[in-house]
Design a protein around this ligand. Structure first.
Ligand code: NAD
Length: 319
């Protein structure tokens, strides 16, 4: 098949080329949107990532251009209007699970960094400052963690947290029997949040979960708690979170994902003034850590993404 691959950089082109089964790939660095949808003429399939947008208008243009298949090289699918794609007969195939450990390990790295402030200590030592001022952390051993969502990533993360001796209380509308067997306690969202030192989000972005962390739910957090979001930016109301940071209701914030991240994330804007007001405000807090949607970014995960993407393409071709 002739496949147009959007939002690519050298790092993922290498993996896609290496594991390509037999397709003709054309790479575009830009993210797909209504302005550049004409680029898809002459292709049968698209390969998209988290920052591409396939809303109703884009999908109608894709249909007119003869696109029959969208291969998502990610797990989340909130950037594609699935109902419209089905109505237009455009098949959407994703990579439902690829190395969930990659994202779970990144969530743990964010907790450890924010808690033990290794990023600050490193910068200080480079300046010759060996003082411990402001670096105090807390033990993760016996610390309560609220795990919101226990699918592939939440499950991998629970096992890591268990290894650290954390007391985990999870909320998921569909509790996992295997995790209950392993000792995981489930409760309501309120029960999970109550007295938790750390709250980590591992659920998809849907109409129901949009802004699930807002002024009201932040009031249920223990004062000074840590919030980690490696799932999707839209799960949290960023403005409300900024207010909670200001009042110290929220003690730490770790974001690998961010509302409207496609404008900034994955870009090298070194030397430019960051034009995004919310992100500039967030990074002005010393207790905020932001990474550029890199939770998935390990060699193992990239290999699995490429392999499953082309297995999806082959399955589509063979009906
Ligand atoms: P998954 O589908 O395996 O699990 C999601 C879980 O969330 C399910 O168990 C589901 O029942 C639960 N859930 C649904 N609604 C909920 C709610 N209101 N409250 C609590 N739980 C709810 O997904 P996954 O593979 O574990 O991935 C989770 C999310 O992580 C994805 O949707 C994606 O947005 C994100 N993700 C991020 C990266 C990254 O690089 N940062 C990489 C992959 C995935």
């Amino acid at each position: 098949m002739k496949i147009a691959v959007f939002s690519t950089c050298k790092y993922d082109r290498d993996f896609l080329q290496e594991y390509n089964t037999d397709h003709e790939l054309t790479f575009f660095e830009s993210a797909l949107n209504l302005q550049n949808v004409a680029l898809t003429k002459g292709f049968q399939a698209l390969c998209l990532f988290v920052n591409d947008s396939a809303d109703r208008e884009v999908l109608q243009a894709l249909k007119a251009n003869g696109i029959r298949l969208i291969l998502l090289r990610c797990a989340g699918f909130n950037n594609v209007d699935i109902a419209t794609a089905a109505e237009l007969g455009i098949k959407v195939l994703r990579v439902p699970a690829y190395s969930p450990e990659a994202v779970a390990e990144h969530a743990m790295a964010m907790i450890l960094t924010l808690n033990r402030k290794t990023h600050k200590a490193y910068n200080r030592i480079r300046e010759g400052n060996f003082s411990l001022e402001g670096l105090i952390g807390f033990n993760l051993h016996k610390c309560k963690v609220a795990l919101i969502g226990t699918g592939n990533i939440g499950k991998a993360f629970y096992r890591i947290l268990k290894g650290f001796g954390c007391m985990v209380v999870a909320y998921d509308p569909y509790p996992d029997a295997a995790l209950i067997e392993e000792g995981l306690a489930y409760g309501t969202m309120e029960e999970a949040l109550k007295d938790a030192e750390v709250v980590s989000l591992h659920c998809p972005l849907t109409e129901e979960t949009h802004h699930m962390i807002n002024a009201d739910t932040l009031k249920l957090f223990k004062k000074g708690a840590m919030l980690i979001n490696t799932s999707r930016g839209g799960l949290i109301h960023t403005q409300d979170v900024i207010e909670a940071l200001k009042s110290a209701q929220l003690g730490y914030l770790g974001l690998d994902v961010y509302e409207q991240e496609s404008k900034l994330f994955f870009q090298d804007l070194s030397g430019d003034i960051i034009q995004d007001d919310l992100i500039s405000r967030l990074i002005s807090f010393p207790n905020v850590l932001i990474t550029s949607h890199q939770g998935f970014f390990t060699r193992e995960a990239m290999q699995q993404i490429a392999e499953i993407t082309f297995a999806n393409a082959d399955a589509f071709e063979s009906g």
